[in-house]
Design a protein around this ligand. Structure first.
Ligand SMILES: Nc1ncnc2c1ncn2[C@@H]1O[C@H](COP(=O)(O)OP(=O)(O)O)[C@@H](O)[C@H]1O
Ligand SMILES: [Mg+2]
Length: 342
């Protein structure tokens, strides 16, 4: 190696070492041939030990299996970008953003550039935003339900009383018939407005959840989905589940809302099942659909999906649960949230 080549290689390595993330290169037969300092530290290996290591050995069976679909897609030439939650020993959780970028030579993929960034802080911030938004929604919902709704209900009541009064005196003054009709119309419109307030409040603040708990709220939600969209949305729960923790119940409810929303909007589902069960210390909530499946999501590759899945993942993380999103054997998609209860 000439002096200048050596210098430039050294310079490149220095740049990579100073990058605040893991930078690596894998050959197309999945061996690691370059790793910056952070990458080596992470795996606790020296440059020599890292060189040529099969990626499967490096990541270990489980991690490799989880990343394999992305790795395969990148090897097929599609850049991949996805969030991954790493659980470290000692219960420490790190949120990462993983990039697999194909090294293309013409149309041939030679290998993969790997960039893994620690985004834990940003994710925590997003989480704080989600809970602030949640609190805000709750307040508006409560205000709509308890205050505005009640006031309009009072107007409806008074308009009805007025109508009765005018009707009673109609005989003495026939001109009052019109006034009675107007009062009746005010009462009807005000009643509609009360219904709308309730409807809005229900979306913002799942009252059913607060008063009757998760099972009952999910049942009501499933039936409202069936009637709103004209699909079959079943709620299945044979155990008698009483979730004492409000935050846990609300998070599960919100995850179900987002998953069902996705099934309708992206999957075009006709049949959905929301299933809640608790067995042998494991609480699970599954939302499955018979829609078009997740093909669209992986094909999107590098383009960022919406925030919905990210927020579902956060909610799961915050309640100490795992969330899996995947294809269903019978076609369609399933979102599965599982949490140990003891
Ligand atoms: N049940 C589903 N069926 C089909 N595709 C889905 C389903 N759930 C999610 N997806 C795919 O995942 C993408 C990301 O979903 P999400 O993060 O909720 O964002 P958004 O709903 O804002 O697009 C969707 O754009 C869609 O391609
Ligand atoms: Mg969504």
């Amino acid at each position: 190696m000439t002096e200048s080549l050596h210098e430039s290689a050294h310079f490149m390595k220095m740049i990579a070492d100073f990058m605040p993330g893991m930078v690596g290169y894998w050959t197309r037969d999945l061996r690691s041939t370059f790793a910056n300092r952070e990458y080596l530290n992470w795996f606790g290996k020296s440059t020599e030990e890292m060189h040529g290591v099969p990626v499967q050995d490096l990541l270990g069976g489980e991690l490799f299996r989880k990343h394999e679909p992305y790795i395969r897609a990148a090897l097929a030439g599609q850049p991949q970008k996805f969030d991954y939650t790493l659980a470290l020993p000692g219960n420490e959780i790190r949120e990462t953003l993983v990039h697999y970028i194909p090294h293309l030579d013409g149309s041939e993929v030679q290998g993969l550039f790997v960039l893994i960034l620690d985004v834990t802080e940003r994710k925590n911030m997003e989480l704080a935003l989600v809970s602030a938004a949640e609190e805000h929604q709750r307040l508006i919902g409560q205000e709509l339900h308890d205050n505005l709704g009640q006031q309009i209900a009072a107007i409806a009541y008074q308009a009805q009383a007025l109508e009765r009064k005018i009707s009673a005196s109609k005989d003495s003054d026939p001109g009052n018939a019109d006034a009675a009709t107007i009062a009746a119309s005010i009462a009807t419109q005000a009643q509609h407005a009360v219904m709308q307030c309730k409807h809005l409040a229900r979306g913002l603040l799942p009252l059913e959840l607060e008063t009757n708990g998760l099972m009952s709220a999910l049942r009501a939600f499933a039936s409202s989905i069936s009637s709103t969209y004209g699909v079959v949305c079943d709620f299945v729960c044979i155990d008698d589940i009483d979730i004492g923790d409000d935050e846990l119940a609300l998070s599960l409810y919100r995850i179900a809302q987002e998953a069902v929303h996705n099934s309708m909007r992206h999957g075009g589902a006709r049949n959905l099942t929301i299933a809640l069960k608790e067995r042998e210390g494991l609480l699970s909530l599954s939302i499955s659909d018979d829609g078009c499946g997740l093909e669209g999501l992986t094909a999107k590759g590098a383009t960022a999906p919406g925030m919905g899945i990210g927020i579902m993942q956060y909610r799961a993380l915050r309640i100490g649960a795992t969330l899996k999103l995947g294809p269903r054997a019978a076609g369609g998609t399933e979102v599965l949230i599982e949490r140990q209860t003891r």
